[in-house]
Design a protein around this ligand. Structure first.
Ligand code: DAT
Ligand code: MG
Length: 155
């Protein structure tokens, strides 16, 4: 299994509750992710629209865009073997009510409020991880990190 970087975001619904944020931070560490970078930030509506452009036109788009710009978020660059899939698995299904039914131990099942306010984001492919990491961390260079830092993860 290959070491991957992924972009994980704790969304405004969870950051609004310090104890939930703390629990999610601990969850990251407990699941063998290495935190490569993290920062707190607030989006303007334009950032939200740009990030979720692929969903423009969907019935939930306006709601999603407004929600993601409604308060502080925490973004992480996480590293782990097969990290993209592992983080998506830990988050659980997009839809909170489905998550509660099918995968009750996941982050979205435990903390998600609605299908829109679903607590966390994770990149869904190597390409989107690369794009999303540079969206949130414009100064971070994935290739350079892989070249310089990746060997230290090998035993
Ligand atoms: P994911 O976040 O699991 O990658 P996605 O990319 O399909 O899911 O959608 C992006 C976000 O849009 C999702 O986290 C929450 C919102 N969303 C998606 N489908 C929705 C729906 N049916 N109702 C309300 N919000 C939705
Ligand atoms: Mg997605």
């Amino acid at each position: 299994k290959v070491l991957q970087l992924t972009l994980a975001v704790i969304k405004p619904d969870a950051v609004a509750h310090p104890l939930v944020l703390e629990a999610l931070h601990q969850r990251i560490l407990d699941n063998n992710f290495v935190i490569v970078r993290h920062k707190d930030l607030v989006w303007r509506t334009q950032d939200s629209e740009r990030f979720y452009a692929e969903h423009s036109g969907r019935f939930f788009y306006q709601r999603l865009v407004e929600f993601m710009a409604s308060g502080p978020m925490r973004a992480y660059i996480l590293a782990r073997e097969d990290g993209i899939r592992h983080w998506r698995e830990l988050m659980g299904p997009t839809k909170v009510f489905r998550a509660r039914y099918t995968s009750p131990a996941t982050i979205r099942a435990q903390f998600g409020l609605t299908d829109t306010r679903n607590t966390a984001h994770g990149s869904d492919s190597v390409e989107s991880a690369r794009r999303e990491i540079s969206f949130f961390f414009p100064d971070f260079c994935v290739d350079e990190w892989m070249e310089r830092e990746e060997p230290s993860f090998r035993s």
